[in-house]
Design a protein around this ligand. Structure first.
Ligand SMILES: C[S@@+](CC[C@H](N)C(=O)[O-])C[C@H]1O[C@@H](n2cnc3c(N)ncnc32)[C@H](O)[C@@H]1O
Length: 220
């Protein structure tokens, strides 16, 4: 293994890891640290995670799901995953790291209503396909990139509880005056089917990196 936790492949190439991925997308440790400070989630599900191991720095149990073979190869190397997370976790975090090499649009071999955080970042309509795994009162972290936050905003079973901002590598939550968020720039009413077809979110008057929603138990 190389000094930064990447495994050397024959021919001198290195296989991608959280370390190499973090160097390209930035470190999201402070994002999950902020979620922990506010709500202390214990069990998260991350469909379309690729190599983003950052939730395990703050959350005790995280189940990662991805179709990508590089992600499957990385998570299969438990010693590399452990080496990469070591020294980066908050107390009690990162104890249970599971990975499923699977398509999240198909039924997953995990219990229903069992997670208190569902993570949807740049990975398609996770909420449409994985809502059944979220426990009542659980949280959805979603961004607008592939339209998921915009679909969530239209879902009466979800309530916005925070906006996530990202600046100079640091993430923070805004939980105040949430009515300022998720206001469409265009006057036409947002249409969930159009968002799904286009795989793209709505442009809002006030931007944020992502949003946190709570699944409300009785929304009628
Ligand atoms: C752009 S990457 C984003 C990775 C990570 N969520 C992040 O924010 O850095 C999207 C990932 O979602 C995965 N993905 C897309 N559709 C999927 C599906 N139906 N089932 C499982 N994984 C999927 C892809 O394989 C890819 O690794």
């Amino acid at each position: 293994m190389s000094h930064d936790g990447r495994e050397n492949e024959p021919g001198g190439r290195t296989s991608p890891s959280w370390g190499s991925y973090r160097r390209s997308i930035g470190d999201r440790t402070s994002l999950f640290g902020a979620l922990r400070t506010e709500w202390a989630p214990m069990k998260a599900l991350y469909p379309g995670s690729y190599l983003d191991l950052s939730p395990s720095t703050a959350i005790p149990s995280v189940t990662y799901v991805d179709l990508d073979r590089r992600a499957a190869r990385y998570f299969a190397e438990e010693s590399i995953v452990r080496a990469e997370i070591e020294g980066r976790t908050q107390p009690g975090a990162g104890t249970d790291i599971a990975f499923h090499h699977a398509d999240y649009t198909k039924p997953l071999p995990i219990p229903l209503a069992n997670f208190d955080l569902l993570i949807s970042l740049y990975a398609g309509p996770v909420w449409d396909h994985c809502r059944q795994y979220l426990a009542p009162g659980g949280l959805l972290l979603a961004n607008t990139s592939h339209g998921d936050a915009s679909l969530a905003a239209l879902d009466p079973s979800l309530q916005l509880v925070a906006a996530v901002h990202h600046r100079a590598g640091v993430y923070r939550l805004d939980t105040s005056d949430l009515d300022r968020y998720l206001i469409a720039k265009r006057p036409t009413a947002p249409d969930a089917d159009a968002i799904r077809r286009q795989g793209r979110g709505i442009a809002y008057t006030k931007t944020a990196f992502a949003y946190v929603f709570r699944a409300v138990e009785d929304h009628r």
